[in-house]
Design a protein around this ligand. Structure first.
Ligand code: ARG
Length: 458
């Protein structure tokens, strides 16, 4: 029997009922729905809107429903329209007439707006915890590899030497910003729309602040139309999660490259790699590839949400039911990616020798060679040109700047002397880059230590 049976002469067509109902996907909000209803009933009782006796029956009934859902004793059915109607009907079944008083001064419009806020608020905490975990792994690894020289790249061409720890800390910064974004989004999400009712508020003397306080929310929404039709916080979370996926996907791409035969910078643990059904030698970075691939899914969810929300007139419209599957899918995807990515990273082996070899082979100390001439008084542009000629000479002779004889240097510019070999020494090139935020091992150690403190303070 539908809630609106009084007004209607027929039951909803069964196929249409399936199309209309959201219980199959909004049932996951059962806890938020029940917590919201307990707060609402508490306030109704305390404000004298419903009898105290009924308030108590309602709360006990809702608590019973919660524990029965949790233990599996109470199953969701195949016909109820949504989690709100399911819980209310079950409550009335259990406690009789008192159950019918729960929905006083409330509409499913403000109820669903509250439920989704409470549910996503919890997911925000979950995401932050998972990101903190990932950042901690990055911090430890950065410390461990603070002296491991590797090439830094631009255009995927060897550019200047850095250490592996520095590269890892770059990703840690991205994930720190992700945490910031989620926490910021949670602030705006964490206000109570209850009291907005269907769209135009209510005539009952509600204590809206009381409900917000009971639910540990920051306050109440200020406009009843906006209270029921705002889903900005869903869009914000979807967009923050899209950015997380951009970061994970870029990282995944590097993991894939680094574990290739061509790079051989890292080796993924067997527990986080797969083999081929035909090529016995293969060890594939499937996890990283999947993470990279799943980024598209989250961007799609984000776009679906934006599109569903655009051009909806005020206030509530059923289009808004579409918010759930998209945001839940995005959350599930990001959480699954983080759950696989973090241990994959934690267990990878690093091939420091190959990193160093790659750093030694690509003239990545050429800038330092030019800087040597600058230290002798030559303007940088001239020093740059002279070093370019030296690189060309090295290529001609199939050698490196380290091995090029001093006569060759002097032929190009007579400001060169023996000291140049010290200036272009790979370790020195890195360890001199002590600028704040730079790749010198001393900086990387400092940054890793600071990171640990920053994560602990979150
Ligand atoms: N299942 C609905 C949703 O998710 C709940 C709100 C229904 N409100 C209504 N007026 N039909 O949006």
């Amino acid at each position: 029997m539908k809630l609106w049976a009084g007004r209607f002469k027929k039951e909803l067509d069964p196929t249409t009922n399936d199309f209309n109902r959201s219980l199959p996907f909004d049932s996951r909000m059962y806890r938020s729905d029940i917590e919201g209803s307990i707060a609402h009933a508490t306030m109704l009782g305390e404000c004298g809107i419903i009898p105290t006796e009924d308030k108590e029956k309602i709360i006990a009934g809702l608590e019973g429903i919660l524990s029965d859902i949790e233990s599996g004793k109470l199953q969701f059915d195949d016909v109820s329209e949504d989690i709100h109607t399911f819980v209310e009907a079950e409550l009335t079944k259990r406690i009789g007439d008192a159950g019918k008083r729960l929905h006083t001064a409330r509409s499913r419009n403000d109820q669903v707006a509250l439920d989704i806020r409470l549910h996503l608020r919890h997911e925000c905490d979950e995401l932050v915890a998972m990101l903190k975990n990932l950042i901690s792994v990055l911090g430890n690894k950065a410390e461990q590899y603070s002296e491991t020289v590797m090439p830094g790249y631009t255009h995927l061409q060897r550019a200047q030497p850095i250490v592996f720890g520095h590269q890892l800390l770059a990703y840690a910064e991205m994930f720190m910003r992700d945490i910031d974004r989620i926490k910021d989004c949670k602030k705006r999400m964490n206000v109570s729309p209850l009291g907005s009712a269907a769209l135009a508020g209510t005539t009952y003397p509600l204590d809206r602040e009381k409900v917000a306080k009971l639910l540990e929310m920051n306050g109440v929404t200020r406009n009843s139309l906006d209270g029921v039709s705002d889903r900005d916080f869903v869009l914000e979370l979807a967009s923050a999660m899209s950015i997380i996926m951009v970061h994970l996907s870029r990282f995944a791409e590097e993991i894939i490259l680094w574990s290739s035969f061509e790079f051989k910078f890292i080796e993924l643990d067997d527990a986080f790699s797969t083999g081929s059904s035909i090529m016995p030698q293969k060890k594939n970075p499937d996890i990283a590839e999947l993470v990279r691939g799943k980024s598209g899914r989250v961007f799609g969810d984000n776009m679906a949400l934006l599109t569903a929300m655009k051009a909806i007139p005020l206030a509530y419209n059923k289009d808004m039911q579409e918010d759930k599957e998209a945001i839940f899918d995005a959350i599930d995807t990001v959480e699954k990616c983080l759950a696989a990515f973090t241990p994959m990273l934690d267990t990878m082996k690093v091939n420091a020798k190959n990193m160093r070899k790659a750093a030694a082979g690509g003239f990545i100390n050429a800038t330092d060679c030019a800087d040597f001439l600058v230290s002798k008084g030559l303007p940088f542009r001239d020093a740059y040109k002279a070093t370019g000629e030296l690189v060309a000479r090295c290529i001609e002779l199939s050698t490196t700047l380290e091995e090029l004889p001093l006569e060759e240097y002097i032929k190009v510019c007579d400001l060169f002397d023996d000291e140049v070999y010290k200036a272009i020494d790979l370790d020195k090139c890195v360890s001199d880059r002590t600028v704040y935020g730079g790749p010198a091992p001393s900086q990387v150690k400092l940054q890793a230590a600071e990171l640990k403190k920053r994560v602990n303070d979150i």
